[in-house]
Design a binder for this molecule. Sequence first.
Ligand code: ADP
Ligand code: ZN
Ligand code: ZN
Length: 734
Amino acid sequence: MSKFALVLVNIKGLGVKTFSYLIPDNMKDIIKVGQLVLVPFGRQGLVKAFVVGFSDYLPENIKAKKINRIVEENPLFSLDYLKLLEWVANYYMCDFVTVINTAIPLKLTEQNSKLEKSVSVTEKTTENLTKRQKEIINLLKEKGKCNLVDFEREAKTTRATIKKLELGGYLKLLDVEIFRNPLEIFSKENLEPLFELNHEQQKVYEGVRKKDNKFPILIHGVTASGKTEVYFKLIKDTIDSGKNVLFLAPEIALASQLTKRLAKKFGINDVAIWHSSISDGERYDVWQKLYKNEIKILAGVRSAVFAPLQNIGLIIIDEEHENAYKQTNPSPRYDARVVARKLAEFHNCKLVLGSATPDIQTYYRALNSGNLFEMLHRFNNAPVAKTTIINMQQYGKAAYRGIISKQLQIATEETLEKGQQVILLINRRGFSTYTQCQACGEVIECEHCSVPMIWHSVDRVLKCHYCGREKSFPSECPNCGSDALHNSGTGTQKIELFVKELFKTARVARIDSDILNKKNAHIELLNKFQKGEIDILIGTQMIAKGLDNPNVTLVGVISADESFNLPDFRASERGFQLLTQVAGRSGRGKYLGKVIFQTYNPDFYAIDSAQRQDFKTFYDTEIAAREEFDYPPFAQVFRLILSCENVFRAEKSAMEIAMRLNEMIDKFGISERLIVLGPTPCVLEKIRNQYRFQIIIKNKMDERGHQFISSFLSKITMPKDIKLIVDVEPTDIL
Ligand code: ADP
Ligand code: ZN
Ligand code: ZN
């Protein structure tokens, strides 16, 4: 047995650090990785710490103190778990402690006596309650701690009750529905049965079952094809075989909905939820249950890949194309899909991904490994809304304020007359101004990078933010010779104004990033829209997904071109996903829906295939372009961002790094396979007074390239005032 234990402590002001402690003889046989221990720490006295490793030697001149005692003999995580975190640190090029900090709720190492709450309800607090409320309390008393569950915003009654009961935020009810009917839902006998699968579902289910665990499996199924029901069958099989299931969704709201559905099918005591807004007490509790193998199904958002679920037999990632699976800030900049793949490898289990608009890279890999399953029909064969493309080259002049075409006006009026609702999507991110020909739809792109060039009004040039090339504003369109070249961009507020001018009696509301600053404003507006108190909802990409309002029968996209013209190699993919998703908001109820895309570029492949909801055609064109320009899946992209308050220093340090990297690459003769672009200013050039420059690296030599970059970066030390961010496989390059 080793002499020293490496422990992790979390000290106020110091943060998370590891230290070595002497293992007393009486602990030698019982001490394990993952245990919670008490160690003496300077003036702080005894503090809580986690054992993360062992050694026989100490760095010179360090005198180790003794571990005081073991608080929890049951470890809270395993060695394998630490190995996974270590892998994440290496892959995402950040330090181990940062990953641990993200993965393990380190509040656990602080004074966690407060965490050991239980349900205590005194007679006094129950005095003024209704019969139903008392019923619930009895139930809760009976159950003791029940799995943490979360409740939705509308659940005002529930919340009030909880407050009254002084449950201290520890125990929350699933939602109003359960509140109304707790006994039924909590009881095992009343679980909802799984549906009989239809033919298409059954085929996919059987196909997935037969696959080995080697590669991720993709279920590409149009919305409402019944993917979730297929997942449920797979889940059932997995828990019947004695193993557990991890189920990821992109956002908290979706994860909560899912938890509810899972609880109804599999019983509330076997299901738990994991996301960033659960309290530390809850987290601690779920953490222990997971580690003790008391939970069978864990639903959660991306951070749930780090929850210590044991004995995993299946991992499902729904809506796998969503950006939210990648953490962009702060470090570790991990992608839950990538980590999940590693996790599946550790557990030798299946990873099943699902989406109606899969990530190009996921689709490519699934296709090539024979692990692609498709569900192309809606479950009940409900018709998909019909999409019309309005060519603004032709109709733009007659459009209201040049923006709202006659066709969209008429369709809106008709919809309002029927008392139905309208969604208008404005597809823009305020900062980018690309240049487009209004006669033929051509967008000025960099010939080397195939991304739109961005107009810089200060320097009066077009700039490529990938390679740095510049161009003056062309006098005519390079495609058709017309002089109708135009810098894009009408703000959401202006469009709201125009819509209000046009439809005077309609109740109009707008949701965009301005609104996000006001807490809950966005949710309140969505609720109002849901209740029919808003006729026309105008918004950016935020309104494209999730909304399930059966009374919406018209979706208009003001300018379908905008999202395609961000200077990002994924712009077409994102644009296609957005149009397909937003089109899916129309006609979900008993009325047939309509969709209108306004565009200057009607023949653009992504718009054309979004109109027909034709993923495959979009994919075929997109994958060819990716191959030609060395983008994923044909190269792995790294992004380095250097930022500094001083613009010259930021640029200079970026140039230096690029130069040194290029020198190394030349020395090893791998410049064909490791391609360095830039430095260039980021599209978002200045954030919080920091000037930002980026270097893009395309790696075409897999792990060896990754290692090369990693070792190069590990040798770099930056001056204090300059920050270097490394983003491995970034989701966007803005
Ligand atoms: P997706 O996940 O593909 O968007 P869902 O699984 O949510 O689709 O299914 C859409 C709707 O169809 C849901 O209301 C679901 O309950 C219902 N449904 C799907 N499959 C079946 C089935 N085999 N039997 C009965 N209802 C089903
Ligand atoms: Zn033109
Ligand atoms: Zn370029």
